[in-house]
Design a binder for this molecule. Sequence first.
Ligand code: SF4
Length: 96
Amino acid sequence: MEAGVPAELTEKLNDFRMVMKGTNGPSPRCIALMGIIGKKVHCNIYEKRASVCRDFQPAWLDGEPNERCDKARLKWGLPLLIPEVWNQPDNFPKAA
Ligand code: SF4
């Protein structure tokens, strides 16, 4: 089995960095993100995802805010996460 992110799912950002296809534009959507945002999604390469993905924590999961999480959720019309949601997963906010 190939280790790491499948190369065919990436594109060159500059001479030093690669990015996931679909993430380098005004309305980013990673090529590996499957499903309907706001309904149900999953990462199609979860076990092989890059360190930048592994390091990203949704807002308040670890007790800390995450402005980038907030920005992404707002971009897709999703309500912001609040700390209490992690204690009540059934109440995870969905798109309107
Ligand atoms: S976690 Fe998966 S779907 Fe999300 S950005 Fe990383 S590779 Fe894409």
